[in-house]
Design a protein around this ligand. Structure first.
Ligand SMILES: NC(=O)c1ccc[n+]([C@@H]2O[C@H](COP(=O)([O-])OP(=O)(O)OC[C@H]3O[C@@H](n4cnc5c(N)ncnc54)[C@H](OP(=O)(O)O)[C@@H]3O)[C@@H](O)[C@H]2O)c1
Length: 374
């Protein structure tokens, strides 16, 4: 199979903050007669300016954006606050991610830590429009009235301390639960831990999403863990197609039949894939057939295996990647995967895809995923 999408927008120009635009050196104007000293002073001042800007909120790394079907753009890599941070206070880690250059934060009602994300954004001190915030509806164990989309979004906005989110996602939600969705161990099944919203059909739920967008509470709307049949269930009545579908995506699960069908449907409607769990083959399903291929490509590109896997998910889908780390060094490594490491060649993308077909592994499925053991 050929790679479905490859187009990636060029990196955006970094915003220049006002204080740097208006910066004038009092030193330079106060010593007009010491012309010979000027170059050295200029150099010192320039270093000082660079240091100050990196300590404020200017991204150290330029992360490319991906264009969505509604005309907006989002950063190609996001910092996830689920998994390793699920249900935990994580403002220090999110702040570290922002300082390192992450500009897309991925949260959800289910993660129960949007307040930490809001606190980190406040402490970071950057402009609202300089950070891309994504949240999702749904929480297992919640009552239908607690997961009504409008109420959830308003609660999330309060916790995040913002008056809109950039992207709001509706996870696969259905109530009452269909019995077959409670047994989710079959090969290729995309759903994990189904969430329930009430007596809404998927189409009715999507209509509310469209209203929330039109009211400006979220700039874009998308879905998460939707299978082909779920997208088909909203397709006939959508006025706005989902901008993204956030799904588990790694070399060991992309090749299931229902995944290939889903990828095609998303491509047909320009619904970008948001890949979570991109590092599964590195530390959750180890010693597998992609390892040697990934290592060889990493050697060729002077990159790490984690960077190659992040690149692979982005390059194969033409979408975005959601990863995470509690370690500052690893956060930088992840960012460099898209800011320094160049896209894989078509041959490299296909070599990993072919090797990945030698194993099937999905981490996020009912009965496998355990928040206590991210
Ligand atoms: N929509 C959904 O249903 C859904 C489901 C799952 C996840 N997500 C989102 O996607 C995000 C990322 O998911 P994920 O955690 O599965 O992503 P992942 O990128 O596959 O895994 C991240 C984990 O890999 C470890 N790691 C990072 N760099 C590494 C390296 N170089 N070598 C070995 N291990 C490394 C990190 O551990 P350290 O912290 O120790 O570095 C981190 O816990 C979540 O936080 C969440 O926002 C969404």
């Amino acid at each position: 199979m050929t790679t479905p999408h490859r187009a990636i927008n060029p990196p955006p120009r970094l915003p220049t903050s006002d204080w740097r635009m208006s910066f004038r050196s009092p030193l330079l104007t106060s010593i007009p007669h010491h012309r010979q000293a000027r170059p050295a002073i200029r150099s010192l001042l320039s270093t000082a300016r660079l240091l100050s800007s990196s300590q404020l909120h200017t991204p150290k790394m330029s992360v490319p954006n991906v264009k969505l079907n509604d005309g907006t753009s989002m950063p190609i890599i996001g910092f996830g606050t689920g998994t390793a941070h699920f249900g935990r206070e994580c403002s220090d880690m999110v702040l570290e991610a922002l300082k390192n250059g992450y500009r897309y934060l991925d949260t959800a009602q289910q993660y129960r830590n949007a307040g930490s994300v809001g606190e980190a954004i406040k402490r970071w001190g950057g402009k609202r429009e300089d950070v891309y915030i994504l949240t999702k509806f749904g929480a297992d164990g919640a009552k239908p009235e607690d997961i009504e989309p409008r109420k959830v979004l308003q609660d999330q906005l309060k916790l995040l301390g913002v008056d809109y989110v950039d992207l709001c996602e509706s996870p696969l939600i259905r109530f009452p639960a269909r019995p077959e969705e409670l047994v989710l161990t079959s090969r290729g099944d995309l759903v994990h831990n189904p969430f329930y919203t009430g007596n809404l059909t998927l189409a009715e739920n999507w209509k509310i999403m469209e209203q929330l967008k039109s009211e400006g509470l979220c700039k874009s709307i998308g879905v998460s863990n939707y299978r082909e049949e779920d997208l088909l269930a909203i397709k006939d009545t959508w006025k706005v197609p989902p901008a993204v579908n956030q799904i588990e995506f790694n070399p060991y699960n992309f090749h299931a039949d229902n995944m290939l069908r889903l990828l095609k449907l998303c491509k047909d409607h320009d619904i970008k894939i948001e890949c979570y769990g991109p590092l599964n083959s590195l530390f959750r399903s180890t010693n597998g057939p992609v390892d040697s291929v990934v290592e060889e490509i990493a050697r060729q590109k002077g990159a790490t295996p984690a960077q190659v896997l992040i690149r692979w998910a982005a390059d194969y889908t033409g979408g975005v990647v959601v990863t995470t780390s509690r370690d500052s060094g690893r956060q930088k490594e992840q960012l460099e995967a898209v800011s320094k490491v160049t896209p894989l060649s078509e041959q490299q993308v296909q070599a990993i895809a072919e090797a990945g077909k030698g194993r099937f592994y999905r981490h996020f499925q009912h009965g496998v995923w355990n928040p206590a053991k991210p």
